[in-house]
Design a protein around this ligand. Structure first.
Ligand code: SF4
Length: 69
């Protein structure tokens, strides 16, 4: 499948970033830029595709945000 920018990421319904955003802990720019934008560039997405474990508090750019829990 060719990644299509603009559609929602297929992981969004189950992604911790959705949970953190809805809990008011994550700025909307992450959701706009990645989950509803260029999700193919998301580090979480890429690791998920490779079956590689990654912590729930890892942001789409690969940064760990220790405030998220
Ligand atoms: S954080 Fe990444 S994997 Fe999670 S929904 Fe957004 S784009 Fe998809």
């Amino acid at each position: 499948m060719i990644p299509s920018v603009g559609r929602e990421c297929k992981w969004y319904p189950v992604c911790p970033m959705k949970y953190f955003y809805e809990a008011g802990k994550l700025d909307v720019h992450w959701i706009k830029e990645y989950c509803h934008g260029n999700w193919a560039a998301c580090v979480r997405y890429r690791m998920e595709e490779r079956g590689e474990p990654h912590p729930d508090n890892m942001l789409p750019d690969g940064t760990i945000d220790k405030r998220l829990s």
